[in-house]
Design a protein around this ligand. Structure first.
Ligand code: CAA
Length: 256
């Protein structure tokens, strides 16, 4: 394993993961994917961590994609394994984390990099960030969930345009299209991510977990509604429920 491709730290209940492969624009190779998985898993299991912020080192790239050199000679069978394993240990894993994961997009988020940002629950972009799914220019298509998550965020027409052209869009357009939640000047990116994290951390952790689950299962069918009902009712009678409801009735702030 390449050493230290991620920088991991906990500060004030925020779990920080900084991708640290700057010379290769933080491109995702196998080791990096595994190190990200381990960091996320540790944060998932650590009750001291309430929200996770994922960002890239430097101001040039969040992640410039899957590592093209690594898969350049793959067969279809190897590619199939790559996408299945990658989704399992990183992309779907992030999307299904039980704590909010915020992507702080500090530069290029391309291919697997944008797919990683889209797997996060929220995205904040630096003004200079550029986003795109350029895979068709390499003779492939997005393989880490991009054809599924992009239409869900920006709509089918815009997703078609981005994926079929392979062109990048800037942060402002990404905001207008609903691809990112906020755009801020680059030097305020981490501060903005912390302030978003703080807004979530005042809420009940179990409720955040159930809300993420319910939203992830939203598919507009009766099943999605039924699932929401199950998760909604499972909040009742919990310690957090008692604290949240009692605090409201006693006209004070809850302590979760
Ligand atoms: N994989 C491997 N290496 C990468 C990389 C990637 N995705 N992106 C950048 N790098 C490497 C470059 O090869 C270069 O390495 P060397 O210095 O050793 O030559 C280094 O990072 C710096 O990159 P550039 O010199 O290219 O920097 P630039 O400023 O000229 O260009 C860029 C920046 C426009 C982002 C350009 O690097 C680029 O186009 N990168 C590739 C983007 C891309 O196609 N991403 C999709 C990958 S495929 C994918 O993600 C598949 C999937 O869905 C599963």
């Amino acid at each position: 394993m390449e050493p230290k491709l991620t920088w991991i730290e906990i500060q004030d209940h925020i779990g920080w993961i900084k991708i640290n492969r700057e010379k290769k624009l933080n491109a995702l190779n196998r080791d990096l994917i595994n190190q990200l998985h381990q960091g996320l898993l540790d944060f998932q299991n650590d009750p001291n961590v309430r929200v996770i912020i994922l960002t890239g080192n430097g101001d040039k790239a969040f992640v410039a994609g899957a590592d093209i050199a690594e898969f350049s000679s793959y067969t279809p069978e190897q590619a199939s394994l790559l996408t299945r394993e990658g989704n399992q240990v990183l992309f779907d894993f992030v999307a299904n984390m039980e704590k909010p994961v915020i992507a702080a997009i500090n530069g290029y988020a391309l291919g697997g990099g944008l797919e990683l940002a889209m797997a996060c629950h929220l995205r904040i972009a630096a003004e200079h960030a550029k986003m795109g799914l350029p895979e068709v220019s390499l003779g492939i298509i997005p393989g880490y969930g991009g054809t599924q998550r992009l239409p869900a965020l920006v709509g089918r027409g815009r997703a078609m345009e981005m994926i079929l052209s392979g062109d990048m869009i800037g942060a402002e357009k990404a905001y207008q299209w609903g691809l990112v939640n906020r755009v801020v000047p680059g030097d305020q990116l981490l501060e903005a991510a912390i302030s978003m994290a703080e807004r979530m951390m005042k809420n009940a952790p179990q409720s955040l977990k159930n809300a993420i689950k319910a939203i992830n299962a939203a598919d507009g069918t009766p099943k999605g509604f039924e699932n929401e009902g199950i998760l909604f009712s499972s909040c009742f009678g919990t310690e957090e429920f008692n604290e949240g409801i009692t605090a409201f009735l006693e006209k004070r702030k809850p302590k979760f």
